[in-house]
Design a protein around this ligand. Structure first.
Ligand code: AMP
Length: 212
């Protein structure tokens, strides 16, 4: 199954994608992770895209499309997270899938208010060791680290209030209109992401025809 998990930053795309990966045995293709990995490796490309990432701005389309494309044909089942983020990327995705005679089966649109999202994102901490995300209030990281997760637990460079606002503005301007695009194709299912994680997961599983 080829699934896009869609929604604003902080809506829980990564969390729900992980549940889908577990249930469906699909590959998780998270373009934000691809971007951060490239930056961490300090490649020439990584240096070029770091500034966009840190400011919360979109990396240019041709770069992100080139980075994403190889992953689409690697696996028959995937959960695409963080892509497409605008019309040009949605078109590029359709074209890349046409080349391999495939199409997107389902788009899951997670929805939450900006106010909730800013609260979630500014409290978010990520383990450098495992990549797992925590929230300082709702799901705090282990204090000194533990055997399963030694940390350190850091705030992402783009989880500052200013970068969060930029990312949400970009989402509303460029990404949200894609709901119409996928709605017209009859493959969009929207889910209220302001609820608790388990309730959201239940809805997400229903959207892909799986019971939890
Ligand atoms: P995310 O983890 O999905 O919030 O992505 C982190 C950052 O990576 C974004 O703020 C962008 O700078 C970059 N990025 C990830 N996915 C895309 C995309 N589809 N198009 C452009 N930039 C992206």
């Amino acid at each position: 199954m080829r699934i896009i998990i869609f929604g604003p930053q902080g809506a829980g795309k990564g969390t729900q994608a992980a549940k889908l990966v577990e249930k469906l045995g699909a590959e998780h293709i998270a373009t934000g992770d691809l971007v951060r990995a490239e930056i961490k490796q300090g490649t020439e490309l990584g240096q070029k895209i770091q500034e966009y990432n840190d400011k919360g701005e979109l990396v240019p389309d041709e770069i992100i499309i080139e980075m994403t494309k190889p992953h689409l044909s690697e696996n028959e089942s995937w959960i695409l997270d963080g892509f497409p983020r605008n019309q040009a990327q949605a078109k590029a995705l359709d074209e890349a899938l046409e080349e391999i005679n495939e199409k997107v089966d389902r788009v899951i649109g997670l929805e939450a208010s900006d106010e909730d999202l800013v609260k979630r994102l500014s409290g978010r901490r990520q383990s450098e060791a495992t990549g797992k995300t925590y929230h300082i209030e709702h799901d705090p990281p282990p204090e000194e680290g533990n055997e399963e997760d030694v940390g350190p637990f850091i705030q992402r460079d783009d989880d500052t209030e200013e970068a969060i606002r930029t990312r949400l503005d970009t989402y509303h301007e460029q990404t949200e209109p894609l709901k119409e695009y996928y709605g017209e194709q009859g493959i969009l299912v929207t889910v209220d992401a302001s609820k608790g994680i388990d309730e959201v997961t239940e809805e997400v599983m229903k959207a892909v025809g799986e019971n939890k």
